[in-house]
Design a protein around this ligand. Structure first.
Ligand code: LMR
Length: 391
């Protein structure tokens, strides 16, 4: 039986982790997978998480099952940060815990499919795993250009996709810190997006994996909130893997907004059944730590301080790159106004290989760079290498 299987190539992004680890050059630079790094190049556990884990160790009395919805204390504690002062919008929003943001995206797409969605509109480039999940579910993917060549968001392409959509269609949006481009919609764009969705009835699915890494906790979800204020129904996939630094602990949540509470209950009975049939129950540890942080004002303040430091450092790297201006044929100026961990450089696949082999600089084949892999100590080497391969 098993010899019938076709070999699959390893996930290109995850393969980079191993390639980088095997490189013995001491001045190598890892701009691959999306993890935050400090100015010293480390990805430490947040102090707030360490404090919450100590508390958890002392106070947790059982590891008995919780159910497919996971830790609902975690799910509700996050809601004011995502949805604002009326976090359930009058009882129209609820959520459940998922294994990371990927689990939330998977659940969102599977539930949308169960509700009748068969075509999904998505701006490209996008996080490569979006397309993998869409393909795996055998949904039809309709791609439009996410960005214009001048580095701005291509709002017209998105509005065209939304306005042309018919029955059974959904649109997948990045809430903030677009992966891979770092190019987000403006406040005015989000207003127009919400209006267009409300007019056509296309189903919105908003993936928010980098909350707080762009401009701030409120700023980064302002677009999402403006859409939710206009539309009757939506799915939100959320990740704490980046903004709490919980990567391998897989801490995510899936939220549903519906027109009324009856529909909400029906949606969650289906979401629970889908979760039960795939991962049964999400891993507890990370979500429990996040819950403890968000229920304790001191730990919350510590977490927010740590998140602010991350954001400020990435802004500093972005400004330094923007000030460098041209590196060979690559204009680094737009990186200054882009958001989050990622930006895409206009380099060819061959130049990406050359950067890796000749300069020890690791980035995705698409030219995506993880801004947090740059420090004040290696940025000059990076800019010079880009100039050398593209000049
Ligand atoms: C990334 O895009 O690098 C991250 O979201 C990590 C992942 O799972 O791909």
């Amino acid at each position: 039986m098993l010899s019938n299987l076709e070999p699959q190539s390893p996930d290109a992004l995850l393969a980079l982790i191993k390639l980088h680890a095997a490189d013995e050059r001491t001045d190598k630079i890892d701009l691959g997978v999306g993890v935050y790094r400090t100015g010293q190049g480390d990805t430490p556990v947040f102090g707030a998480i360490k404090a919450a884990e100590r508390k958890l160790l002392e106070e947790q009395t059982s590891k008995s099952y919780l159910g497919p919805e996971g830790d609902m204390g975690f799910v509700t504690a996050l809601m004011p940060y995502i949805f604002g002062a009326d976090p359930t919008m009058g009882g129209r929003i609820n959520g459940m815990q998922t294994p990371g943001g990927t689990g939330a995206v998977r659940l969102a797409l599977a539930l949308a499919q169960k509700a009748g969605v068969n075509r999904l509109h998505m701006g490209t480039p996008s996080w490569p795993n979006h397309a993998q999940i869409i393909n795996d579910l055998e949904l039809e993917l309709v791609a439009f250009d996410h960005a214009n060549t001048d580095g701005t968001a291509n709002l017209d392409a998105l509005l065209g996709a939304i306005r042309g959509a018919g029955k059974g269609e959904a649109v997948l949006l990045h809430g903030c810190c677009h992966n891979p481009t770092g190019i987000d919609y403006s406040a005015e764009d989000w207003e127009a997006i919400g209006d267009a969705i409300a007019e056509t009835g296309i189903f919105p699915i908003i993936d928010t994996a980098y909350h707080g890494l762009g401009h701030g906790l409120d700023e980064d979800v302002a677009g999402l909130r403006s859409v939710l204020a206009k539309v009757p129904e939506a799915f939100i996939a959320y990740s704490c893997d980046k903004n709490f630094g919980m990567y391998r602990d897989r801490v995510g949540a899936f939220y549903v907004m519906t027109e009324d509470t009856d529909v909400l209950d029906k949606a969650f009975s289906n979401a629970n059944a889908l979760a039960r049939a795939s991962w049964s129950m999400p891993p507890d540890h990370g979500a429990a730590a996040v819950r403890l942080i968000l229920r304790d004002p001191d730990m919350t303040a510590q977490w927010q301080d740590e998140l602010t430091q991350m954001r400020d450092r990435m802004r500093q790297v972005r400004s330094t790159l923007a000030e460098a201006g041209m590196a060979g044929s690559v204009d680094l100026t737009p990186l200054g106004t882009q958001n989050g961990l990622f930006s895409v450089l206009p380099v060819s696949k061959e130049q990406v290989v050359q950067l890796r082999e000749e300069h020890g600089i690791y980035m995705a084949g698409s030219g995506r760079v993880n801004i947090a892999g740059l420090t004040m100590g290696n940025i000059e080497k990076f800019v010079n290498a880009i100039a050398a391969v593209t000049g």
